[in-house]
Write a protein that binds this ligand. Sequence first.
Ligand code: XMP
Length: 513
Amino acid sequence: MSNTQILILDFGSQYTQLLARRVRNLNVYAEVIPFDKTKADLEKYINLKAIILSGGPNSVYLSEAYTIDKELFNLNVPILGVCYGMQLITEMFGGKVELADSQEFGKASLFLDDTSSLLFKNISDGTQVWMSHADHLTQLPQGFKQIAHSDSSVAAIENSEKQIYGIQFHAEVTHSEQGTQMLENFLFDISKCQKDWEMSEFISSKIETIKKTVGDEQVILGLSGGVDSSVAAALISKAIGKQLTCILVDTGLLRKDEAKKVMDLYNKEFDMNIKLVDVSQDFYNVLEGLTDPEDKRKAIGKKFIEVFTEQAREMKGAKFLAQGTIYPDVIESSSNGHVSKTIKSHHNVGGLPDDLKFELLEPLRDLFKDEVRAVGRELGIPDLMIDRHPFPGPGLGVRVIGEVTKDKCDILREADDIFISNLIEANLYNEVSQAFVTLLPVKTVGVMGDNRTYDYVVALRSVNTIDFMTATSTHLPWEFLDKVVNEIINRVDGVNRVVYDITSKPPGTIEWE
Ligand code: XMP
């Protein structure tokens, strides 16, 4: 793109797109590209101001390690290496990287060795940063000095003459308290970027691309009622109007009254073709006997595609299948290419059969949730819809742990509705990023009245996060939790115990499966 000022070379870190997102949030357009591009490839970006080398799961000292064209250092633009990126710079300039005795993972204090570095303008000594590495730098590269350290590693290096910087920590994750300030320093003080990028430009350029891609063909889109598919639908509909048909599939894995609520809302707010298809029994059938989360996701994804194929046939041949896939779905399913590790196969990416009959249309694929919400607001989608907590594509299929049955889904729907209604009533719903209930495949003994009970356990989960890549559990008031637990146990048949999950992400994920 002609306004690309920052290129991020991707070595497969879970956080690569997050880097791009942080930069874009500072009104500078950043693009992620594979690491193996040549100097000539990069010279095509006429507005290029700097390069960022991402993190990655590999070790730079291995013979098969990913590396970059040495010539990139002669492009005369500043370079910032993050984690693997810093280690790669170290190796390429004659320093040394080795496996550390113990990995440094999580929060660390950053001690500044050179407060005059432009990278550290307005940064406090001892500021908290987020580390995630097993290798560490044991010998500085030639021409570089150490500008910061943590308790156990060299944390930042600089060659001010060549304007090459390296940071061992992830400035892009929110746990790095002054990470955004450091990125600002790199963009504006070191690389002299201009603030010239807005979300409205994303929308107009996407609309043009969608029009061009789709032409006169028909598109179908699976609407879930969640934020991502709603925003995708609104964006595509703005581009191609009635060539888009939205299908709301009642999979039997939706929340309480979800299908009805979504249909009511869409019919009221949008002038779109929308069709409700109830195939819940088919979904329960394909899930029978499945307990492995990946098997379940794939089965649900496959069934979805079958339903779409059938719907498309009825529509006399839709060529495109549109999806509200967003970046975390892509990165955690590892379908961005080759270099990241699979965490979960999010069904709208990982479960597609090889003989897929549709071409995919995924206009939100490069965006994070908060960016998707910003697009939605810009498109005039009501806050009520935009501010809904995200809901995973496989729905209750990944919230009933183990085998999924209608009875279990019904129990879960009731418990979840109680939790969410209480959050709304207590004005807490908009204070948390995502809340839901999970049904565990365990029964425990309890006592109700004078009788023994032997029923299911449900887990409440509520997290706060900006980008859903990292998250912390919400410190919900004890009295509130007490009320929810009482209501669930008194009103939901089949549940006699409720637990509250306080695991952060990482090491947990937000959903249990
Ligand atoms: P995890 O559990 O991976 O979830 O920490 C991160 C965010 O993604 C949602 N999620 C999904 N969304 N398809 C989706 O569209 C999926 O298969 C899927 N799995 C998880 C999850 O609810 C959270 O918001």
